[in-house]
Ligand binder design. Structure first.
Ligand SMILES: Cc1cc2nc3c(=O)[nH]c(=O)nc-3n(C[C@H](O)[C@H](O)[C@H](O)COP(=O)(O)OP(=O)(O)OC[C@H]3O[C@@H](n4cnc5c(N)ncnc54)[C@H](O)[C@@H]3O)c2cc1C
Length: 293
């Protein structure tokens, strides 16, 4: 099915856009955790969102969840690992399934996780964020995998079925190892090493393990990795005032477009982006109509 819009992110920016697009009868697919924004959930006290007085982050997230339930909007509880632009439509890879949409809204927030030492330098040279996209290059090889969340365990299994050996790291060392071929390492992943390509990983105790590649599976993929060709403005997605990115049909809203990192800004931008998506869809759908002579 070709969706009108794919929304990536279930924080306030994504929610705001989803309500507009749903109200206008658009056929949307909305990716992200059903629990919605983990950032908001962590906020002890929110006092700057108009009309709500002082509220805890948990209470606000509860209200967001109740809101979409009331409107009957569904969340696809999946994490998007790759978006490809086919100049007219997009494909999105999420949990090994492919989805197609005419437009994309990046409402994925801003990553708080600091990358590992050597991660950025080796990106595309042995470091990957997407098991399904790059796993097949490691047939019979040795891999290190950082599994940042239990949701990524199926991807670790997928890699274990391709590679000869997989060393798995997780944030607290608590995640269960899904396959025999996977060796769980208790220490922290400290560095990714290699001259031109990845050659080894270093643990927090200084031990080094030779590997051919490193998969970093965490709940935050830099937007330019998610959608190749996307222009950045420093650490943020470059957008104009209408929230258009440099890629036709792709819009961005919320924390990922820049400071201030605030709920009200995210909600406002989600709303503007949704209206821009409506205009864009009207334009492309009109151009597909047969011309009257
Ligand atoms: C502790 C704390 C307290 C705060 N207090 C306040 C406050 O009092 N007032 C205020 O205005 N702001 C506050 N903020 C900031 C506020 O939470 C953010 O500005 C707001 O949540 C941004 O909304 P967003 O939709 O852009 O991103 P987020 O809320 O970060 O949501 C992004 C969503 O995208 C999902 N996602 C990311 N990548 C993918 C992917 N590839 N596939 C699918 N889903 C994906 C994430 O899981 C998440 O659900 C606080 C933040 C923190 C951390």
């Amino acid at each position: 099915m070709l969706y009108d819009a794919a929304i990536v992110g279930t924080g306030p920016a994504g929610l705001s856009a989803a309500t507009v697009l749903e109200a206008r009868g658009k056929n949307i697919i909305w990716f992200g955790p059903e629990e919605m924004s983990s950032k908001i959930e962590k906020a002890e006290k929110i006092s700057n969102y108009p009309g709500l007085g002082i509220i805890t982050g948990y209470e606000l997230n509860e209200q967001f969840r109740a809101h979409i339930k009331e409107l009957g909007i569904e969340i696809t509880n999946k994490f998007v690992t790759k978006i490809s632009n086919f100049g007219g439509h997009f494909t999105l890879l999420a949990d090994n399934e492919m989805y197609e949409a005419k437009t994309v809204l990046l409402a994925s927030g801003i990553a708080v996780a600091k990358g590992f030492e050597g991660e950025k330098e080796h990106l595309g040279r042995g470091v990957s964020y997407c098991a399904t996209c790059d796993g097949m290059f490691y047939k019979g090889k040795t891999l290190a995998v950082y599994c940042g969340d239990k949701n990524f365990l199926p991807e670790v299994s997928y890699l274990a079925n391709i590679a000869e050996k997989v060393y798995m790291f997780s944030p607290d060392g608590q995640l269960a190892v899904p396959e025999n071929k996977v060796e769980k390492l208790g220490g922290r992943l400290a560095k990714i090493l290699g001259e031109n390509r990845v050659e080894a990983v270093e643990l927090s105790n200084g031990d080094q393990i030779a590997v051919d590649g490193v998969f970093v599976l965490r709940n935050a993929i830099p937007p330019e990795e998610l959608l190749p060709g996307l222009e950045l403005d420093g650490p943020h997605v470059a957008v104009n005032r209408q929230l258009h990115t440099n890629i036709d049909g792709c819009f961005a809203a919320g924390d990922n477009t820049g400071r201030p990192y605030q709920i009200a800004k995210a909600v406002g931008e989600g709303n503007v982006a949704a209206h821009e998506i409506l205009e864009y869809l009207a334009k492309i759908d009109h151009s597909l109509q047969p011309k009257r002579l």
